[in-house]
Design a binder for this molecule. Structure first.
Ligand SMILES: O=C(O)C(=O)[C@H](O)CO
Ligand SMILES: [Mg+2]
Length: 260
């Protein structure tokens, strides 16, 4: 079964962020991911991950002013300098924390906007060049419009076309099962077709974004299919627990998932 990473931006939120690393390890996770580490000194994040003995497998590049509604800078006109500064900051954290992949959020714009598409392409090429020097992958993730209205990358087909067009081995797909089901459905077949470009997978039940096994999909069958397709990466548990995080982890044995 795939290796599960605890998303510390959604799980163990009963605790302060830096305490969540130890809680994830105590719950049997060997990997963690999160949205943004930038509110904390990189040395503190490193110390917590090392003390807990967990790998940090993914985090996001700075999204701009999240509180003001920004969800990525790449597509925004006039924000190239902010994007480059964010990329530099993400790289500092990724190098120091030995993190092999970064999610580059796109931002809010129409996917039909030619200027936004060009800015996005330029941003991905720059990120690919800089991250590639450190052996780091840059991931792009289609997000559904119910959770993120107006998000530029709102289609898995568009993401696959962009990845093919760039043809950069370190620009890969962040396949979030939750978004896939809401946007397109057809999860099992799309995992098979897209597997060659998948750099990371995330899971949450649909429609409540809760524990796997509590929604409309057969999450156990999906996780078995991911295994059978030969995926050896991580599956990020990016869900909102219905109650206490630890109580909710009973989904793992229920789906015959042993934390690895
Ligand atoms: O929203 C998601 O599913 C993500 O994984 C992004 O990184 C944050 O919005
Ligand atoms: Mg996701």
């Amino acid at each position: 079964m795939p290796r599960l990473a605890a998303n510390l931006s959604m799980l163990f939120t009963e605790l302060p962020f830096l305490d969540r690393f130890a809680a994830a390890a105590a719950a049997g996770f060997t990997g963690v991911e999160f949205l943004f580490p930038y509110d904390h000194p990189v040395e503190a994040v490193k110390a917590c991950a090392e003390a807990a003995g967990v790998d940090i497998v993914l985090f996001n590049m700075p999204p701009g002013n999240w509180g003001e509604g920004e969800r990525g800078l790449a597509v925004l006109p006039g924000r190239a300098a902010d994007f480059r500064e964010g990329l530099s900051r993400a790289m500092h954290y990724a190098r120091h924390l030995d993190v092999p992949r970064l999610h580059m959020m796109a931002g809010l714009a129409s996917s039909n906007d030619a200027g936004a598409r060009q800015r996005y392409r330029d941003g991905l090429l720059a990120a690919s060049d800089i991250a590639g020097e450190a052996g780091i992958d840059v991931l792009i993730e289609p997000l559904n419009g119910r959770d993120m209205p107006g998000y530029f990358l709102d289609s898995f087909e568009m993401a696959a076309d962009i990845i093919a067009d760039l043809d950069r081995p370190n620009v890969r797909l962040q396949y979030d099962i939750y978004h896939r089901q809401i946007l397109h459905g057809d999860v099992l077949r799309s995992l098979e077709v897209l597997m060659p470009i998948i750099g990371h997978i995330q899971i949450a039940a649909v429609p409540d974004r809760s524990e796997p096994g509590t929604g409309e999909l057969d999450d156990a069958r999906i996780l078995r299919a991911i295994d059978q397709l030969g995926y050896r990466g991580w599956v990020g548990c990016e869900y909102r627990p219905l109650g206490d995080t630890m109580d909710g982890l009973s989904w793992r044995p229920a789906l015959q998932i042993a934390p690895r």
